[in-house]
Design a protein around this ligand. Structure first.
Ligand code: F6P
Length: 380
Protein backbone atom coordinates (compact mmCIF):
# COMPACT_ATOMS: atom_id res chain seq x y z
CA UNK A 1 0.00 0.00 0.00
CA UNK A 2 1.33 3.36 -1.07
CA UNK A 3 1.29 5.86 1.83
CA UNK A 4 3.95 8.49 1.34
CA UNK A 5 5.64 9.68 -1.85
CA UNK A 6 8.19 12.36 -2.76
CA UNK A 7 8.79 14.49 -5.82
CA UNK A 8 11.95 16.16 -7.04
CA UNK A 9 12.43 18.61 -9.90
CA UNK A 10 15.87 18.57 -11.44
CA UNK A 11 17.80 20.28 -14.24
CA UNK A 12 17.12 23.58 -15.99
CA UNK A 13 13.65 24.86 -15.18
CA UNK A 14 10.75 24.83 -17.65
CA UNK A 15 7.19 26.13 -17.65
CA UNK A 16 5.11 23.18 -16.50
CA UNK A 17 7.12 21.93 -13.52
CA UNK A 18 4.40 23.16 -11.14
CA UNK A 19 1.60 21.76 -13.25
CA UNK A 20 3.16 18.29 -12.96
CA UNK A 21 3.68 18.71 -9.20
CA UNK A 22 0.04 19.78 -8.78
CA UNK A 23 -1.24 16.79 -10.79
CA UNK A 24 0.82 14.32 -8.74
CA UNK A 25 -0.34 15.91 -5.47
CA UNK A 26 -4.00 16.00 -6.52
CA UNK A 27 -3.99 12.37 -7.71
CA UNK A 28 -2.17 11.36 -4.52
CA UNK A 29 -4.71 13.17 -2.33
CA UNK A 30 -7.57 11.49 -4.15
CA UNK A 31 -6.01 8.18 -3.17
CA UNK A 32 -5.10 9.07 0.43
CA UNK A 33 -1.39 9.24 -0.28
CA UNK A 34 0.80 11.92 1.36
CA UNK A 35 3.07 13.94 -0.89
CA UNK A 36 6.39 15.66 -0.18
CA UNK A 37 8.83 17.62 -2.32
CA UNK A 38 12.63 17.52 -2.04
CA UNK A 39 14.09 21.02 -2.27
CA UNK A 40 16.40 21.82 -5.21
CA UNK A 41 16.37 18.46 -6.94
CA UNK A 42 18.95 15.78 -6.19
CA UNK A 43 20.73 18.25 -3.88
CA UNK A 44 17.68 18.18 -1.60
CA UNK A 45 17.60 14.41 -1.71
CA UNK A 46 21.25 14.34 -0.66
CA UNK A 47 20.74 16.84 2.17
CA UNK A 48 17.38 15.28 3.07
CA UNK A 49 15.60 18.63 2.77
CA UNK A 50 11.95 18.31 1.90
CA UNK A 51 8.57 19.87 2.56
CA UNK A 52 4.97 18.67 2.67
CA UNK A 53 2.97 19.31 -0.50
CA UNK A 54 -0.77 19.61 -0.20
CA UNK A 55 -3.59 21.48 -1.93
CA UNK A 56 -5.78 21.94 1.15
CA UNK A 57 -5.98 25.13 3.27
CA UNK A 58 -4.17 27.25 0.65
CA UNK A 59 -1.08 25.09 1.03
CA UNK A 60 1.99 25.23 -1.16
CA UNK A 61 0.67 23.07 -4.00
CA UNK A 62 -2.47 25.15 -4.48
CA UNK A 63 -2.91 27.75 -7.24
CA UNK A 64 0.29 26.77 -9.00
CA UNK A 65 -0.99 25.53 -12.38
CA UNK A 66 -0.11 28.72 -14.31
CA UNK A 67 3.02 29.54 -12.32
CA UNK A 68 6.43 29.30 -14.01
CA UNK A 69 9.52 27.89 -12.30
CA UNK A 70 9.32 25.18 -9.65
CA UNK A 71 7.87 25.68 -6.17
CA UNK A 72 10.34 23.09 -4.87
CA UNK A 73 13.31 24.53 -6.76
CA UNK A 74 15.56 22.55 -9.06
CA UNK A 75 19.26 21.93 -9.39
CA UNK A 76 21.26 21.93 -12.58
CA UNK A 77 24.03 19.41 -12.85
CA UNK A 78 23.85 17.56 -9.54
CA UNK A 79 25.24 14.11 -10.22
CA UNK A 80 25.05 12.49 -6.79
CA UNK A 81 26.82 9.41 -8.17
CA UNK A 82 29.89 11.52 -8.88
CA UNK A 83 29.49 14.53 -6.62
CA UNK A 84 32.00 17.34 -6.34
CA UNK A 85 33.11 17.82 -2.71
CA UNK A 86 36.02 19.55 -1.01
CA UNK A 87 38.14 17.51 1.35
CA UNK A 88 41.18 19.02 3.08
CA UNK A 89 41.22 21.87 0.56
CA UNK A 90 41.15 19.42 -2.35
CA UNK A 91 38.33 18.85 -4.83
CA UNK A 92 37.34 15.19 -4.98
CA UNK A 93 34.44 13.37 -6.61
CA UNK A 94 32.40 10.93 -4.57
CA UNK A 95 29.53 8.54 -5.07
CA UNK A 96 27.03 9.81 -2.49
CA UNK A 97 24.05 7.93 -3.86
CA UNK A 98 23.88 5.56 -0.86
CA UNK A 99 23.16 8.55 1.40
CA UNK A 100 20.20 9.39 -0.85
CA UNK A 101 18.92 5.81 -0.77
CA UNK A 102 19.17 5.80 3.03
CA UNK A 103 17.32 9.14 3.24
CA UNK A 104 14.45 7.74 1.19
CA UNK A 105 14.30 4.67 3.48
CA UNK A 106 14.54 6.68 6.70
CA UNK A 107 11.86 9.14 5.54
CA UNK A 108 9.56 6.26 4.63
CA UNK A 109 8.92 7.30 1.03
CA UNK A 110 7.32 4.50 -0.97
CA UNK A 111 8.08 6.13 -4.31
CA UNK A 112 10.16 8.98 -5.72
CA UNK A 113 9.03 10.95 -8.77
CA UNK A 114 11.88 12.50 -10.75
CA UNK A 115 10.88 15.40 -12.99
CA UNK A 116 13.74 16.07 -15.37
CA UNK A 117 15.62 15.60 -18.61
CA UNK A 118 18.03 12.93 -19.80
CA UNK A 119 20.56 13.48 -17.00
CA UNK A 120 17.91 13.35 -14.29
CA UNK A 121 16.41 10.20 -15.76
CA UNK A 122 19.85 8.60 -16.06
CA UNK A 123 20.33 9.11 -12.31
CA UNK A 124 16.75 7.87 -11.75
CA UNK A 125 17.59 4.67 -13.60
CA UNK A 126 20.77 4.29 -11.55
CA UNK A 127 18.74 4.70 -8.33
CA UNK A 128 16.28 2.16 -9.67
CA UNK A 129 19.11 -0.38 -9.98
CA UNK A 130 19.77 0.27 -6.26
CA UNK A 131 16.21 -0.79 -5.43
CA UNK A 132 14.54 2.63 -5.16
CA UNK A 133 10.92 2.76 -6.36
CA UNK A 134 11.22 5.50 -8.92
CA UNK A 135 9.06 6.99 -11.68
CA UNK A 136 10.38 9.61 -14.10
CA UNK A 137 8.49 12.39 -15.85
CA UNK A 138 10.19 13.81 -18.99
CA UNK A 139 10.98 17.52 -18.75
CA UNK A 140 13.03 19.86 -20.91
CA UNK A 141 12.55 22.73 -23.33
CA UNK A 142 15.03 20.88 -25.59
CA UNK A 143 12.53 18.04 -26.28
CA UNK A 144 15.41 15.59 -26.49
CA UNK A 145 14.50 12.90 -23.92
CA UNK A 146 14.60 9.45 -25.53
CA UNK A 147 11.46 7.29 -25.89
CA UNK A 148 8.91 10.11 -25.76
CA UNK A 149 7.50 12.22 -28.56
CA UNK A 150 7.30 15.31 -26.37
CA UNK A 151 8.60 16.63 -23.08
CA UNK A 152 6.77 19.15 -20.92
CA UNK A 153 8.08 22.70 -21.25
CA UNK A 154 8.92 22.33 -24.92
CA UNK A 155 5.66 23.71 -26.28
CA UNK A 156 5.97 26.86 -24.17
CA UNK A 157 9.55 27.42 -25.37
CA UNK A 158 8.45 27.04 -29.00
CA UNK A 159 5.58 29.48 -28.43
CA UNK A 160 7.91 32.08 -26.93
CA UNK A 161 10.31 31.68 -29.86
CA UNK A 162 7.47 31.92 -32.39
CA UNK A 163 6.24 35.12 -30.78
CA UNK A 164 9.78 36.54 -30.89
CA UNK A 165 9.92 35.71 -34.61
CA UNK A 166 6.64 37.57 -35.22
CA UNK A 167 8.17 40.62 -33.57
CA UNK A 168 11.45 40.31 -35.46
CA UNK A 169 9.48 40.01 -38.69
CA UNK A 170 7.95 43.49 -38.47
CA UNK A 171 11.17 45.26 -37.49
CA UNK A 172 13.19 43.29 -40.07
CA UNK A 173 10.72 44.13 -42.82
CA UNK A 174 10.68 47.81 -41.90
CA UNK A 175 14.46 48.21 -41.96
CA UNK A 176 15.24 45.72 -44.77
CA UNK A 177 17.40 43.64 -42.47
CA UNK A 178 18.31 40.04 -41.88
CA UNK A 179 17.01 39.20 -38.42
CA UNK A 180 18.69 36.25 -36.73
CA UNK A 181 17.18 34.57 -33.66
CA UNK A 182 19.40 32.25 -31.61
CA UNK A 183 17.34 29.75 -29.64
CA UNK A 184 18.23 27.12 -27.04
CA UNK A 185 17.96 23.37 -27.44
CA UNK A 186 21.45 22.17 -26.71
CA UNK A 187 22.49 19.42 -29.16
CA UNK A 188 19.01 19.08 -30.70
CA UNK A 189 17.24 21.41 -33.10
CA UNK A 190 13.62 20.86 -32.05
CA UNK A 191 12.95 24.39 -30.76
CA UNK A 192 14.68 25.95 -33.76
CA UNK A 193 12.90 23.93 -36.42
CA UNK A 194 9.42 24.00 -34.92
CA UNK A 195 9.57 27.72 -34.11
CA UNK A 196 10.92 28.44 -37.60
CA UNK A 197 7.81 26.81 -39.05
CA UNK A 198 5.49 28.48 -36.53
CA UNK A 199 7.12 31.88 -36.98
CA UNK A 200 7.44 31.85 -40.78
CA UNK A 201 11.26 31.91 -40.88
CA UNK A 202 13.15 31.63 -44.17
CA UNK A 203 16.19 29.78 -42.85
CA UNK A 204 16.66 27.38 -39.91
CA UNK A 205 20.08 26.11 -38.89
CA UNK A 206 20.01 23.08 -36.58
CA UNK A 207 22.65 20.85 -34.97
CA UNK A 208 21.45 17.80 -36.91
CA UNK A 209 22.39 19.43 -40.26
CA UNK A 210 25.86 21.04 -40.39
CA UNK A 211 25.28 24.13 -42.47
CA UNK A 212 26.91 25.75 -45.49
CA UNK A 213 26.54 29.51 -45.04
CA UNK A 214 26.45 29.93 -48.83
CA UNK A 215 23.14 28.05 -48.95
CA UNK A 216 21.66 30.61 -46.57
CA UNK A 217 23.12 33.41 -48.71
CA UNK A 218 21.51 31.87 -51.83
CA UNK A 219 18.13 31.82 -50.08
CA UNK A 220 18.45 35.47 -48.98
CA UNK A 221 19.51 36.53 -52.48
CA UNK A 222 16.57 34.67 -54.03
CA UNK A 223 14.28 36.61 -51.74
CA UNK A 224 16.05 39.88 -52.61
CA UNK A 225 15.57 39.14 -56.31
CA UNK A 226 11.89 38.55 -55.64
CA UNK A 227 11.65 41.99 -54.03
CA UNK A 228 11.90 40.90 -50.41
CA UNK A 229 14.66 42.90 -48.76
CA UNK A 230 14.51 41.19 -45.41
CA UNK A 231 14.90 37.64 -44.14
CA UNK A 232 14.27 35.78 -40.92
CA UNK A 233 16.83 33.22 -39.72
CA UNK A 234 16.53 30.87 -36.73
CA UNK A 235 19.78 29.43 -35.43
CA UNK A 236 19.89 26.68 -32.79
CA UNK A 237 22.57 27.29 -30.16
CA UNK A 238 24.06 23.89 -31.07
CA UNK A 239 24.24 24.54 -34.83
CA UNK A 240 27.66 24.26 -36.43
CA UNK A 241 29.05 24.89 -39.92
CA UNK A 242 30.09 21.99 -42.14
CA UNK A 243 33.57 20.96 -41.00
CA UNK A 244 33.37 23.33 -38.01
CA UNK A 245 32.48 22.96 -34.38
CA UNK A 246 29.82 24.09 -31.92
CA UNK A 247 30.19 27.59 -30.40
CA UNK A 248 30.82 27.49 -26.67
CA UNK A 249 30.06 30.61 -24.63
CA UNK A 250 31.79 29.44 -21.47
CA UNK A 251 32.80 26.38 -19.50
CA UNK A 252 32.21 25.59 -15.85
CA UNK A 253 33.15 22.93 -13.37
CA UNK A 254 30.04 21.34 -11.96
CA UNK A 255 31.62 17.96 -11.51
CA UNK A 256 32.13 14.79 -13.47
CA UNK A 257 29.50 13.25 -15.71
CA UNK A 258 27.60 16.44 -16.43
CA UNK A 259 27.75 18.88 -19.33
CA UNK A 260 30.12 21.61 -18.28
CA UNK A 261 29.83 23.62 -21.49
CA UNK A 262 27.48 26.55 -21.89
CA UNK A 263 26.54 26.87 -25.55
CA UNK A 264 25.94 30.25 -27.19
CA UNK A 265 27.23 32.78 -29.68
CA UNK A 266 26.50 31.14 -33.01
CA UNK A 267 23.66 33.59 -33.79
CA UNK A 268 26.02 36.54 -33.74
CA UNK A 269 28.56 34.70 -35.90
CA UNK A 270 25.89 33.79 -38.48
CA UNK A 271 24.53 37.37 -38.51
CA UNK A 272 27.99 38.84 -39.15
CA UNK A 273 28.73 36.37 -41.95
CA UNK A 274 25.38 36.95 -43.64
CA UNK A 275 25.84 40.72 -43.46
CA UNK A 276 29.24 40.43 -45.13
CA UNK A 277 28.10 38.00 -47.82
CA UNK A 278 24.74 39.59 -48.75
CA UNK A 279 25.34 43.30 -48.27
CA UNK A 280 22.17 43.52 -46.17
CA UNK A 281 22.33 44.70 -42.57
CA UNK A 282 21.93 41.84 -40.10
CA UNK A 283 21.03 41.80 -36.39
CA UNK A 284 21.13 38.96 -33.90
CA UNK A 285 18.80 38.41 -30.96
CA UNK A 286 19.60 35.71 -28.44
CA UNK A 287 16.36 34.60 -26.83
CA UNK A 288 17.94 32.86 -23.81
CA UNK A 289 16.03 32.19 -20.61
CA UNK A 290 12.80 33.77 -21.90
CA UNK A 291 12.22 30.27 -23.30
CA UNK A 292 12.19 28.72 -19.83
CA UNK A 293 10.45 31.25 -17.63
CA UNK A 294 6.87 32.32 -17.17
CA UNK A 295 3.49 30.72 -17.48
CA UNK A 296 3.06 27.48 -19.45
CA UNK A 297 0.90 27.35 -22.58
CA UNK A 298 -2.46 25.59 -22.33
CA UNK A 299 -0.87 22.67 -24.20
CA UNK A 300 1.91 22.37 -21.62
CA UNK A 301 -0.56 22.66 -18.73
CA UNK A 302 -2.53 19.74 -20.13
CA UNK A 303 0.54 17.66 -21.03
CA UNK A 304 2.07 18.27 -17.58
CA UNK A 305 -1.20 17.34 -15.88
CA UNK A 306 -1.46 14.15 -17.94
CA UNK A 307 2.13 13.21 -17.10
CA UNK A 308 1.72 13.94 -13.38
CA UNK A 309 -1.56 12.06 -13.02
CA UNK A 310 -0.19 9.10 -15.00
CA UNK A 311 2.95 8.99 -12.86
CA UNK A 312 0.87 8.72 -9.69
CA UNK A 313 -1.41 6.14 -11.34
CA UNK A 314 1.67 4.01 -12.16
CA UNK A 315 2.86 4.33 -8.55
CA UNK A 316 -0.51 3.13 -7.27
CA UNK A 317 -0.21 0.13 -9.63
CA UNK A 318 3.30 -0.57 -8.33
CA UNK A 319 4.97 0.01 -11.70
CA UNK A 320 8.38 1.43 -10.88
CA UNK A 321 11.62 2.01 -12.81
CA UNK A 322 9.66 3.67 -15.60
CA UNK A 323 9.21 7.00 -17.39
CA UNK A 324 5.86 8.44 -18.43
CA UNK A 325 5.88 9.11 -22.17
CA UNK A 326 3.79 10.03 -25.17
CA UNK A 327 4.05 7.19 -27.67
CA UNK A 328 2.14 7.29 -30.96
CA UNK A 329 0.30 10.29 -29.57
CA UNK A 330 -0.89 8.42 -26.47
CA UNK A 331 -0.02 8.63 -22.79
CA UNK A 332 2.09 5.60 -21.89
CA UNK A 333 5.23 4.54 -20.03
CA UNK A 334 8.55 2.87 -20.84
CA UNK A 335 11.30 1.28 -18.79
CA UNK A 336 14.07 3.63 -17.63
CA UNK A 337 16.46 1.03 -19.09
CA UNK A 338 15.15 1.92 -22.55
CA UNK A 339 15.52 5.63 -21.80
CA UNK A 340 19.25 5.37 -21.02
CA UNK A 341 19.93 3.19 -24.08
CA UNK A 342 23.60 2.25 -24.24
CA UNK A 343 24.52 4.72 -21.52
CA UNK A 344 24.36 1.94 -18.94
CA UNK A 345 27.41 2.54 -16.73
CA UNK A 346 26.03 3.38 -13.30
CA UNK A 347 26.84 6.85 -12.04
CA UNK A 348 29.73 7.72 -14.28
CA UNK A 349 27.77 9.82 -16.73
CA UNK A 350 24.73 11.96 -16.13
CA UNK A 351 23.12 14.28 -18.67
CA UNK A 352 23.87 16.07 -21.92
CA UNK A 353 27.26 14.53 -22.44
CA UNK A 354 28.51 12.68 -25.50
CA UNK A 355 27.38 9.38 -23.97
CA UNK A 356 23.82 10.59 -23.27
CA UNK A 357 21.00 8.86 -25.09
CA UNK A 358 19.19 11.89 -26.45
CA UNK A 359 16.54 12.15 -29.14
CA UNK A 360 17.53 14.29 -32.09
CA UNK A 361 15.63 15.24 -35.22
CA UNK A 362 15.85 12.59 -37.94
CA UNK A 363 15.78 13.56 -41.59
CA UNK A 364 12.53 11.66 -42.19
CA UNK A 365 10.71 13.63 -39.49
CA UNK A 366 7.55 15.52 -40.53
CA UNK A 367 9.08 18.81 -39.37
CA UNK A 368 12.03 18.42 -41.77
CA UNK A 369 9.79 17.42 -44.67
CA UNK A 370 7.36 20.27 -43.98
CA UNK A 371 10.14 22.83 -43.70
CA UNK A 372 11.66 21.74 -47.01
CA UNK A 373 8.27 21.58 -48.76
CA UNK A 374 7.52 25.20 -47.94
CA UNK A 375 11.01 26.34 -48.91
CA UNK A 376 12.68 26.89 -45.53
CA UNK A 377 16.42 26.62 -46.14
CA UNK A 378 18.09 24.21 -43.70
CA UNK A 379 21.59 25.25 -44.73
CA UNK A 380 22.45 22.15 -46.77
O1 F6P B 1 18.64 21.99 -21.25
C1 F6P B 1 17.89 23.16 -21.15
C2 F6P B 1 18.73 24.36 -21.45
O2 F6P B 1 17.93 25.51 -21.33
C3 F6P B 1 19.44 24.33 -22.80
O3 F6P B 1 18.58 24.62 -23.87
C4 F6P B 1 20.54 25.32 -22.57
O4 F6P B 1 21.65 25.05 -23.38
C5 F6P B 1 20.90 25.07 -21.14
O5 F6P B 1 19.78 24.48 -20.51
C6 F6P B 1 21.31 26.28 -20.34
O6 F6P B 1 21.74 25.83 -19.11
P1 F6P B 1 22.01 26.73 -17.84
O7 F6P B 1 20.71 26.93 -17.13
O8 F6P B 1 22.93 25.90 -17.03
O9 F6P B 1 22.60 28.01 -18.31
Amino acid sequence: MLKKVAILANGGDVSGFNAVIRAIVKTAENNNVECYGFIDGYNGLLKNEYERLSTSNCSVASGILPKGGSIIGSSTNANVFNYKVEENGQVVYKDLSDICVQNIKDDGFDCLFTLGGDGTQKSARDFSTKGVNIIGVPKTIDNDVACTEITFGYNTAVSVAAEALDRLHTTGETHHRIMVLEVMGRYAGWIALESAIAGGADIALIPEIPYDINKAVEKINQRKNAGKNFSIVVVAEGAAPQGGSITIASTRDNGIGVDNTKLGGIGQIVAKELEKLTGLEARNTTLGYMQRGGTPTAFDRVLSTKYGAKAMELALEGKFGVLTVIKNGKLDYVSLEDVVGNNTKIGAVSGNTAESNIRKITMDHDLVKTALNIGICLGN
